[in-house]
Ligand binder design. Structure first.
Ligand code: CA2
Length: 148
């Protein structure tokens, strides 16, 4: 099973600023932990971070037939990007939306996700653990679907 983990804009800055919102872990540390969690679950994982909306769309389009599912923290694009939504609709890839912070406890414009209704589920507010919970939830979902 191959799971793609996708990260949107500014997540490359994690650990440098705003630790009260996003924690102290760097994105490289979250990547290392996620790869370890994936290994323990017996799944392959790929990792992408981009600051560019079009690149995120290209990466999502390229997952068709290559990945079984995705864990996606689209960062600010979560709240703004019809292009990312359309790409996810086009590839019909099961995905879990994850966020480090609880987007529902933040500014009104962050409480809306343009992706969440397409997702298998959403994990928001657990810091780096959101990635582990999202990955576990997605792998369980895919395993039960394959077993049917
Ligand atoms: O809580 C999350 O995971 C977010 O997806 C993080 C995004 C934010 O736009 C979403 O509303 C919620 C922000 C990504 C990281 O931004 C940083 C900005 C400055 C310093 C460090 C990180």
């Amino acid at each position: 099973m191959h799971i793609a983990v996708l990260n949107g804009p500014n997540l490359n800055l994690l650990g440098e600023r705003e630790p009260e919102l996003y924690g102290r872990a760097t994105l490289a540390e979250i990547e290392a932990a996620t790869r370890e969690w994936a290994r323990a679950l017996g799944v392959q994982c790929s990792w992408t971070q981009t600051n560019h909306e079009g690149e995120l769309v290209d990466v999502i389009q390229g997952l068709r037939g290559k990945a079984d599912g995705a864990v996606i923290n689209a960062a600010a694009f979560t709240h703004t990007s019809l292009a990312v939504r359309d790409a996810l609709l086009a590839v019909r890839l099961p995905f879990v939306e994850v966020h480090l912070s609880n987007i529902f406890a933040r500014e009104p414009e962050r409480r809306r996700s343009l992706l969440a209704d397409l997702a298998v589920g959403v994990v928001t507010g657990f810091g780096a653990e959101s990635y582990r919970l999202g990955l576990e939830g997605l792998v369980g979902y895919l395993a039960s679907r394959h077993g049917r």
